[in-house]
Design a protein around this ligand. Structure first.
Ligand code: ANZ
Ligand code: ZN
Length: 862
């Protein structure tokens, strides 16, 4: 073992050893439990950034730990390879997106190997590979057979100049990102997955995800958004037609003073045909932003339709308005407006001078609430509600529901916020939707034996429409049913489809006979899933949905794919900018800045290294391109080694918390490794070590063993249960301090040190695997450290033969003594009386009583 630690050499050696011995191949050894650890796969954007490094290091540390605990571990990697950025890069660089994507994948794989992540590389996949997406296409046709997919018209953003559909993020201030043309809304046929059919199950099972962060579970539930309410029919005055509304507050029915409908509601469209003001409103409303968040905050506006409806219980006439905050796609697209108790209705009524009625009060006898400042929205007690007055929410709900049901004017209903999932994208770089359109047979799924529908990989998009449309050999095909000339679908899948089942494919890597095979049943569910909080809603919901779909199609699968979920915190770094002449900010890379710091290390001033010009230190923020404050992992690996980066990542913060990048922190990590290296190399240089003889040890040797096993207990708990790797590293550091002070070179002294270094190199190995590989080998082991057993704390070694007790005189603390374990009460009292400190308080006193609390204290009453 060299006396100097050289990360470059050590890391190269370990990596070639792992590769040659296929160390990380996932095996299904009988008799051992399995552990499937998965970090969310990356988009192949180019190079790894620090967020990736953190994510993959956390996964690797957990995987390696579980492996040492004897589990059969699966840790795979792949790439979410289709998508818009590749097309944009293709347009910019005039290369096919495939070439760009594959070359990025190569670069990123190289970096992941450099980081020493223990992947089973044989299972690597990219979603743009036909071997992968072939099964996605097959699954689509399977779901189509089962009625879980359908086609309907839906709105898209249309760029009239580029003649193309734009993704929402390509629309900037209402204009196309390339052409600058005003974007239009168009209705085109698209494919939808019936996720709403699974809404109840997806919601119910959120409750069972006990190892998921609470925040994510709440977001999943809210997204599904189950509402129990009532559908109520109002009759249109002078007509037999009904206007149906959906409400979760039937208890407020007596407070209805008008009804609002969506701008696209049939009644609004009918009124628009005869009234120009209504027509103008409808036209304008259909252009606006339709997200729910926007609905909440935008100004409430509307227009009277000149129609009245009849209240089902009072028989009163109430007017109908079209309102911009009513969604056509939710409930029935119509709302019974209760301005006294709904804030949106209150704003609307206030604006248009409509009556506001109080029908709910805080308690059964309390006066009507004050409504001049806003609505009273609590669920409380009914007032002014005829025979339903004075009832609590639930009784009022049930009573009014029963009455309406009896009148055949209402029924109970459950609504979901969740919408069916539109999966069609009018883009080239995606998985082709396997459909052929025939004039006679309509939409025909591509038969299984003709799959995959292969995506041509050599097209270069130019931003003007989907290039597949201009490829007759792709588009023109024979109808699989009748053989007549037909047209192939050129839309591709939303990339969320690609990432909804990759975890299952990893478990059946390379399977050529199906989407998954029995190996999926062995490995699933994923025991530990790790990713960013930005995927808390859609990705996780879709993946959960796919798991249920696969199960229901009879494939080996589980209902819930991810047992434990860890959402890792962001990586932050300081940012610096200077103000440009136009008042904008020009962000400057941290490496070009010299920073002045206060005693706590916070930046108090900064200037450009090159010119000395003062710049603004903006403080900590997420590492990002826009702030130019990203630190390139490749550069740090080169200067400090992958292990130092990994150690820094794990030591600086617990995985869920944000992590502040600091150069000093990386230096500190590298110094710690050097220190441990020196300990081991000094120890190894002294030659062979005698076997440890537990009974022959002196007190200092026993003390060191106690320290070791106490720390091992803590470290094991941190790794296995708490995932607090930062405190595990802190415990290692403490142990190293004790080892450095221990200078006993006697045969048993060296045996104790050997035991400690041996354990240390094992517990550090999940975090700094190359480094530990070298130590472990130097300590004389022939098998790799990743196959070593995790060192468990030895209970015996943790027991002390001396027990500490405090001594009190009249209940006040006066001294501390140490006695051999198992001493009698008399012996303990004798030691206490002999203690100099204690004696000072007993001079001239008569001891009336002496109390010994075993293991704790001695008290003298004088
Ligand atoms: C009367 C009422 C009185 C309401 C009151 C609320 C409070 P969630 O919980 O999200 O399901 N609503 C119904 N359909 C709507 C649509 N298409 N667009 C916008 N709003 C709609 O919300 C259900 C409530 O949202 C319903 O209950 C309805 O207003 C409104 F004091 O009816 B409520
Ligand atoms: Zn046909």
């Amino acid at each position: 073992m060299k006396p100097e630690y050289s990360p470059v050499e050590v890391e190269a050696q370990a990596q070639s050893y792992w590769a040659e011995n296929l160390c990380f191949k996932a095996v299904e050894k009988p008799g051992a439990d399995k552990f499937y650890c998965l970090s969310m796969f990356p988009y192949p954007s180019g190079k790894l950034h620090m967020g990736h490094v953190r994510n993959y290091t956390i996964g690797d540390v957990i995987s390696r730990y579980q492996r040492m605990k004897g589990k059969n571990v699966l840790q795979p990697i792949g790439f979410d390879a289709f998508g818009l950025p590749a097309e944009n890069a293709a347009i910019k660089n005039n290369v096919p997106p495939a070439a760009w994507t594959y070359s990025n994948i190569d670069t990123m794989c190289g970096q992941l190997r450099q980081l020493g992540i223990g992947y089973d590389w044989d299972r690597k996949l990219a979603t743009c590979e036909p071997e992968y997406y072939r099964w996605q296409q097959w699954f689509f046709t399977e779901l189509l057979k089962r009625g879980l997919i359908y086609r309907r018209n839906s709105r898209v953003n249309w760029d009239p100049v580029d003649q193309t559909v734009l993704a929402n993020e390509q629309v900037i201030d209402g204009r196309g990102w390339r052409s600058g043309a005003v974007v239009e809304q168009r209705e085109i046929p698209q494919w939808f997955l019936k996720i709403t059919a699974y809404a109840d199950e997806l919601l119910d099972e959120v409750k069972q995800l006990e190892h998921w962060p609470e925040a994510v579970r709440t977001m999943q539930s809210n997204w599904i958004g189950r509402s129990e309410g009532l559908e109520i029919d109002f009759t249109v005055a002078d007509r037999s037609e009904k206007l149906t509304v959906f409400t979760t507050r039937p208890d407020t029915l007596y407070g209805v003073t008008f009804v609002s409908v969506a701008a696209q509601h049939p009644l609004a469209l009918e009124a628009a045909a005869r009234d120009a003001t209504v027509a103008a409103f409808v036209e304008e409303a259909s252009r606006g932003d339709v997200t729910e968040a926007a609905m909440e905050t935008m100004e409430k506006r509307g227009v009277a339709l000149g129609i009245d409806v009849i209240h089902p219980l009072t028989g009163d006439h109430v007017p109908v308005y079209a309102a911009n905050f009513v969604l056509m796609s939710y409930g029935s697209g119509a709302v019974m407006a209760v301005p006294g108790h709904d804030q949106r209705d209150w704003e609307f009524a206030t604006k248009y001078g409509l009556p506001i009625k109080a029908v709910i009060a805080a308690a059964a006898e309390s006066p009507a609430p004050e409504l001049s400042e806003g609505a009273f929205t609590e669920k409380a007690f009914t007032i002014n509600s005829a025979e339903f007055s004075g009832l609590a929410f639930k009784d009022a709900f049930d009573g009014i529901a029963a009455r309406l049901e009896a009148q055949n004017a209402g029924r109970r209903r459950v609504n979901y916020r969740l919408r069916d999932w539109g999966v069609s994208r009018q883009r080239y770089w995606g998985c082709p939707i396997p459909i052929i359109y025939c004039e006679d047979c309509d939409a025909v799924p591509v038969p299984a034996d003709q799959l995959p529908v292969q995506l041509p990989e050599d097209l270069v998009p130019d931003g003007r429409g989907n290039p597949l449309l201009r490829l007759p050999e792709f588009v023109n095909v024979a109808c699989p049913q009748c053989g007549k000339p037909a047209r192939r679908e050129t839309d591709t899948f939303d990339t969320f489809v690609d990432s909804s089942w990759y975890y299952a494919r990893f478990a059946s890597a390379g399977c050529e006979t199906g989407m998954v095979d029995e190996r999926a049943a062995y490995w699933l569910p994923v025991d530990q899933y790790i990713g960013g909080i930005e995927h808390a809603i859609l990705h996780l919901l879709y993946a959960r949905f796919f798991s249920k779909l696969m199960r229901d199609c009879g494939l080996p699968a589980v209902a819930e794919p991810f047992k434990r979920l860890l959402t890792q915190g962001m990586v932050l770094a300081e940012g610096y900018y200077r103000t440009t002449e136009s008042g904008g900010r020009e962000w400057i890379a941290p490496k070009d800045v010299e920073v002045e710091r206060d005693a706590k290390g916070s930046a108090i001033g900064a200037k450009l290294k090159s010119t000395g010009e003062a710049v603004v230190a903006s403080g900590l923020g997420t590492m990002s391109k826009s702030k130019n404050n990203g630190v390139d992992p490749a550069a740090i690996i080169e200067s400090h080694g992958a292990d130092a980066v990994r150690l820094f990542m794990m030591f600086t913060a617990p995985p869920e918390q944000t992590l502040e990048w600091s150069d000093a922190g990386i230096d500190g990590a590298a110094r710690f490794l050097k220190r441990v290296w020196k300990l081991v190399s000094d120890h190894v240089a002294l030659g062979a070590v005698e076997a440890l003889d537990r009974v022959a040890l002196n007190d200092t040797q026993k003390d060191l063993r106690r320290k070791l096993h106490d720390q091992l207990a803590k470290i094991s708990d941190d790794f296995g249960r708490r995932y607090n790797f930062n405190t595990a590293v802190a415990a290692c550091m403490e142990l190293v301090n004790a080892l450095a002070k221990f200078d006993d070179r006697s045969p048993q002294g060296r045996a104790v040190l050997d035991e400690a270094l041996d354990a240390l190199s094992r517990v550090l190995s999940p975090i700094v695997p190359h480094f530990s590989h070298a130590l472990w080998t130097a300590l004389g082991h022939a098998t790799p450290v990743i196959d070593a057993e995790w060192p468990e704390p030895e209970a015996e070694a943790r027991l002390s033969d001396q027990i500490k007790l405090v001594v009190q005189v009249n209940g006040k603390l006066r001294g501390q003594i140490s006695v051999p374990a198992g001493s009698s009460q008399d012996a303990i009292i004798a030691v206490a009386l002999a203690d100099e400190q204690v004696q000072r308080f007993l001079v001239g006193a008569t001891i009336r009583k002496q109390v010994v609390v075993p293991g704790k204290l001695v008290n003298f009453v004088i």
